[in-house]
Design a protein. Sequence first.
Length: 110
Amino acid sequence: MLVVDGADVVGSVPDGGGRDRRGATERLRDRLVAYGEQQGVDVILVVEGAARGVESVSGVRVESTAGSGDDHIVELVGRLARPCTVVTADRGPRRRVSGCQVWGPRTVYA
C-alpha cells in the first residue's frame, strides 16, 4: 500500500500546482496509476484544500479531507491492516506513522 500526501508531492515539482492545484493533483493521480501498476501496489492519494473533490480512478483511491492532510494520513495508516509506505515531506507524519516506510515526495515523480 502506498499512501501519498498530494499537497507535498504537487508542491515539490514545477507542474503549475501553485496556479492550478486541482489540475496538478489530477495529473499526479494519473501518474500514480502507472506508478502503482509498475510497482504492484495499491495507491491512496490524500488531498486537501483546493484539490478536494478530485475523483478516484481505477488504481488510485483519492481521499479528500476538510482538515489536515497530515492528520488524515496518520489516521488512515493507523487503520490499515498491512504494511505501507507513506510519501510526504512533512516531519510530523514522518514521526507519527510507526511501522511504515517514509519516502520523500519526489520519489513518485522521478
